[in-house]
Design a protein around this ligand. Structure first.
Ligand code: ADP
Length: 810
């Protein structure tokens, strides 16, 4: 080995790479050596002059470091003592001598042999600058000690005693700095003042860090203390209350536990926490406890975050809809389209479906089938008669006995955030001084707003945006317009008898049989019998009464099965009569007597098509027109138009012009409690008027519909199918419809047209010709009141008292 005294020249010596530690000049310390190369290097040094080059590894994990794995600056050290430890390792005691740079590795086996260049320590001059640096270092060090609490008083004292600038930094770096990079940085500084400056920078940074650390620790400690204190106090309250018998000890804890398990939103969590806090402080027996607990329970029982996975397989959906419902092709197709869009778009934005049709045509049950097809929960809320906003949105908690509205209640019942939610009868909602429920409903249905629906009771935002809302209505015209705007109307038409037969056979009867706990096929009804059941015992647009009647049949059959021990009951016509009593509706009515002033009209109402009698009577008076039977504005105007047409033509039938001044006309549409409106009764009203005036009876086997103009033209109307079905149900063999409605006949099932003859008309005169039992007295120009022998006006009729048969209702 070369002489080490030639300091700045190259020296060749063994290298001992250090892992995670460092040796500074003037420092004596011992460490253990285990790696075989390091042991070999030590042995070599011991054989020579006992000098060795100690240098830190850049990465402590490298086992066989090469040149690039070692730091450049290291320390030449003198080995003072070597001690063999059990195993192959050695403990050495070394003293750092001076800094040296690693220049080259000349041998790698059996140990690292390197050329190192020793660095001569500069001769220090006691400049004021250096003195100031030493003082600053002392100050920073002291500050650091105060802030970090990591340095013992002894170390502090011994460091403060060191005044030699060249040693000070090394001592601090070796004893105090924890990070290897920091220490290496100090080792690498050759100039003493550089070294001190770098050290000051590091001390300053560490002091600041220590301060921040302290603050964080203090905060954590405080939080822990507060939690402990809260816990302790709560336990104390609990213990005291239990001691006083004031508390069911576990109650609030259960709620608290449930709260922890429920993924509430932030606002809800805060509310519940606060409420539980209040609750825990309330003494037993306070009525408020119940209120408060109910509130918390409501919140916790909502389906926060729970959803059911959607099954948007269209094939399956088609099958489910097909299995549950007969017919309704267009409705089903629209539902499939809706599901297809849902599958592509994955959000519920878009129009809300609204199934419109008479009662019992399957609106509700098809929605139920949708929920089944998609695999969502189903909730139903009927809006019929809802007139209070609070029903939808709940009452504020300040009300005694307040509860959430029915939307929230529905969500709780659904138990998931994405049910199918059906609003039934949205056309039957009304509003009054208690607020407008339709406004609240609008918010619920609006995709832009319903992600944070606020119930008055909960006072929390609740997300309804994943709910599939569907609505039903009997008629469109009573749906509030803003609501109607959001809805996509899908008409569900009423059924013909043929369709009813199929529905009854395929769905209603099997369903009833199962519901009564009987074996399938244990009640048999032949088509013919089923037909007479439908025709004789039901008269409706849908199939609800039919279902109820079948239930009755099955009930009776069940009794019979139990009584007789038979396995099957075959319902014969006789049995049907036995079960259900006498037939209620006769289809082929014996031709009713023709009547004066009474005409069968056809109307399209919320419950489907209906026959509607119009009565007209004339009595002595002063020319007034009286309308009764809850007629709407449009129907009243229709009546006036009909009267005007009649007046312009009445002279031609021999009615004296003064007649209208001396008599009152009263038109009544029975069933006064049901509101009726629309222009389609025009021809019916005109016919009734003409009949009453001329005393010519009207055939009761003719029903009619059509709007009338002042000139007697007949204009088209809506709901032809429903109206024809109504005539069919009522057993009326001839129906008059406007000529322009001829195209609507295409959608009428043939079975209906076989039984009901349809005549199209374009003028009221044609109606009168068909409906009146005898022709009008004269058909000459109506306006003329010039008398000649043939068309002498009839004398003004005397008071009706003397002519009851002719002018009144017979
Ligand atoms: P709505 O809601 O239109 O008043 P519902 O959905 O309550 O009528 O229907 C009444 C009953 O008739 C239900 O039991 C329903 O299953 C049955 N129903 C109606 N239409 C059909 C149909 N096309 N196929 C099978 N069953 C039907």
């Amino acid at each position: 080995m070369q002489q080490t005294s030639r300091r700045s020249s190259l020296t060749r010596m063994p290298v001992l790479p250090l892992r995670g530690m460092m040796v500074f000049p003037h420092m004596v310390l011992h460490f253990d050596v285990g790696r075989s190369k390091s042991v070999a290097a030590l042995e070599k040094a011991m054989l020579e002059d006992q000098y060795i080059f100690l240098v830190a590894q850049k990465n402590a994990d490298v086992d066989e470091p090469q040149l690039e794995d070692l730091c450049r600056m290291g320390t030449i050290a003198h080995i003072k003592q070597v001690l063999n430890l059990p195993g192959d390792s050695i403990r050495v005691l070394v003293e750092g001598i001076r800094r040296a740079t690693l220049e080259a590795i000349v041998e790698e086996e059996p140990f690292l042999l390197a050329d190192v260049r020793g660095i001569k320590e500069e001769t220090l001059k006691e400049t004021p600058e250096l003195k100031a640096l030493v003082r600053t270092t002392h100050e920073y060090f002291e500050e650091y000690c105060k802030a970090s609490n990591r340095v013992s008083q002894e170390t502090l004292r011994s460091v403060m005693d060191v005044s030699k600038a060249d040693q000070l930094s090394d001592i601090i770096a070796a004893n105090v700095l924890t990070q290897l990079e920091d220490r290496q940085a100090i080792l690498e500084k050759v100039s003493v003042s550089d070294r001190l400056e770098t050290l000051c920078g590091i001390l300053l940074r560490e002091t600041e860090l220590a301060d921040v650390e302290k603050q964080v620790q203090a905060r954590i400690k405080k939080q822990i203390e507060k939690n402990q204190k809260d816990y302790y106090l709560r336990e104390q309250i609990k213990a005291i209350q239990t001691e006083l018998g004031e508390r069911e000890a576990t109650d609030i804890e259960d709620l608290r536990e449930k709260m922890e398990e429920t993924p509430l939103n932030d606002e809800a969590r805060k509310k519940v926490e606060r409420e539980l806090e209040r609750l825990s402080r309330m003494p037993q027996g306070t009525p408020e406890i119940g209120v408060s607990r109910t509130y918390v329970e409501w919140i916790l029982e909502l389906p926060w975050g729970k959803t059911t996975p959607d099954n948007l397989n269209l094939k399956r959906a088609r099958k489910v809809l097909e299995d549950d419902h007969y017919g309704l092709e267009q409705v089903k197709e629209r539902i499939i389209e809706y599901l297809a869009v849902l599958r592509m778009k994955k959000d519920m934005k878009g129009p809300i479906l609204c199934f419109v049709g008479p009662p019992g045509v399957g609106k509700t049950s098809i929605v139920r089938a949708i929920s089944k097809a998609v695999g969502r929960e189903f909730v139903q809320m009927s809006l019929g008669g809802v007139r209070d906003e609070a029903e939808i949105r709940g009452h504020r908690r300040t009300y005694v006995g307040a509860i959430p509205g029915r939307i929230i209640a529905g969500m709780k019942q659904a138990g998931s955030m994405n049910p199918v939610f059906l609003f039934d009868e949205i056309d039957k909602m009304s509003s009054d001084f208690r607020g407008d429920p339709s406004a609240a409903l609008l918010e619920v249905l609006d995709a832009e707003q319903n992600h944070s629906f606020r119930d008055h009771y909960l006072e929390l935002p609740f997300d309804l945006s994943r709910v599939m809302f569907i609505t039903t209505a009997n008629a469109v015209d009573t749906i509030p317009p803003p609501l109607l705007d959001r809805l996509e109307i899908i008409e569900v038409p009423s059924y013909t008898e043929e369709e009813k037969l199929k529905i009854a056979k395929r769905h209603l009867l099997p369903k009833q049989v199962v519901q009564h706990g009987l074996e399938t096929r244990s009640v048999r009804i032949a088509d013919k019998v089923m037909r007479s059941l439908i025709e004789g015992y039901t008269r409706e647009a849908g199939v609800r009464t039919l279902e109820r009647t079948l239930a009755r049949v099955v009930r009776k059959a069940t009794v019979e099965i139990l009584d007789t021990g038979a396995t099957q009951v075959i319902v014969t016509p006789d049995k049907l009569r036995e079960y259900l009593g006498a037939v209620k509706f006769l289809r082929d009515l014996p031709e009713k007597e023709s009547r004066v002033g009474v005409v069968v009209g056809l109307a399209y109402t919320a419950v489907g098509g209906e026959t509607l009698e119009v009565e007209c009577t004339i009595m002595q008076g002063s020319g007034a027109l009286q309308l009764t039977g809850k007629l709407g504005d449009v129907m009243q105007e229709s009546a006036k138009a009909a009267l005007s047409w009649v007046r312009t033509h009445s002279a031609g039938w021999g009615i004296h012009p003064d007649f209208f001044k001396q008599n009152d006309i009263h038109i009544h549409v029975p069933e006064g409690a049901v509101p009726k409106d629309g222009p389609s009764a025009g021809v019916t009203l005109a016919t009734a008027l003409v009949s009453a005036l001329t005393a010519i009876p009207v055939k009761q086997s003719v029903a009619m519909t059509g709007e009338i103009t002042l000139r007697g033209r007949v204009l088209p109307i809506g709901g032809v199918k429903e109206k024809l079905l109504a005539a069919y149900r009522a057993g009326i063999p001839l129906v008059l419809i406007p000529k322009d409605n001829e195209k609507d006949l295409e959608e009428i099932p043939a079975g209906v047209l076989d039984k009901v003859k349809v005549l199209t008309i374009s003028d009221i005169e044609e109606v009168l010709q068909t409906a009146l039992v005898s022709p009008l007295p004269s058909t000459s120009s109506s306006k003329s009141d010039k008398s000649d022998a043939d068309t002498e006006p009839l004398p003004i009729p005397p008071a009706p008292a003397s002519l009851p048969g002719a002018f009144g209702r017979a």
